[in-house]
Design a protein around this ligand. Sequence first.
Ligand code: DAH
Length: 341
Amino acid sequence: MKEQLEAIRESALRAIQEAGAAADLEALRIRYLGRKGELTAVLKRMGTLSAELRPAMGQMANEVRAALEQAVERQSAALEQKALEARLALETVDVSIPGKREDIGHRHPMYTALDEFKEIFINMGFEVMDGPEVELSEYNFTKLNTPDDHPAREWTDTFYLDEESRTLLRTQTSPMQIRALETYGVPIRMISPGRVYRKDEVDATHSPMFHQIEGLVVDKGITMADLKGTLNAVIQEIYGAGTQTRFRPHHFPFTEPSCEVDVQCARCGGKGCPTCKGEGWMEVLGAGMVHPKVLSGCGVDPEVYSGFAFGFGLERMAMARFKINDLRLIFENDIRFLEQF
Ligand code: DAH
């Protein structure tokens, strides 16, 4: 029995020390120290020994058990330590490595121009409204007093969405005049920026998608003087104090009278240069007094109420504000361009 105990001690200690994983170690513990383990089996046979031998063998068996238990504990601690060290090595942070630069974007210059524009109007008591880009012909044209044979209604100019020409991608933000009046009634003071679409070829001044900002004021006693005063004040804010403006007669179906507004070219002071194409003036918006038919079509009595409306081109405004000379730059999203603002 003594040899047996020695043999168990030796082989068990070696195996325990060599155990490389917690599961292996547990298997060894069960194999030697478990209820059906090898050491337990020897202990069970203790009763067959003579009374003389029993105490010495008992003591030895207890020593072997204690030694094995200790070895298991030690190995278990060693394995845990090793696992910890491996994890720490894996998760080491080298604080001396230079950091990665995050490229943080910023607002697109056109939206910066729009924010400034909104701010000016909000300060004058206007509300800002959003409208649908997919619009009914009725709102884009008919309710805006546009005759059935008007050239803007042609399939060659407008992106229609059905065979019957009932729905389209809006060609202007003016339908928001109708939606605003129908939804909120009078008095009203609003602007509505957004995308518009036309079948135009792309060049330095054209794009099939661009942005407009519509404006509408309707109240009792609104006159052309309010239109001029308001738009002049806004233009001074955007293009700088002292900017000269020119109100030219024009025609729009939904305003009467109508005008286009030009600002004097800041680059040449009106003499004519490449920026203004030799004109000395640059067109910035269309405007006019809201047509009585538009008002009555929205349930507003034109005998009691009057108003003015206007439509700015947002790209053109951003181009003037940031001295951008080609419309395509605004839409191409070239980082080398955008980083300059
Ligand atoms: N919707 C016109 C266009 O796209 C611009 C415009 C002109 C808007 C006169 C208006 C206006 O509100 O009164 O050319």
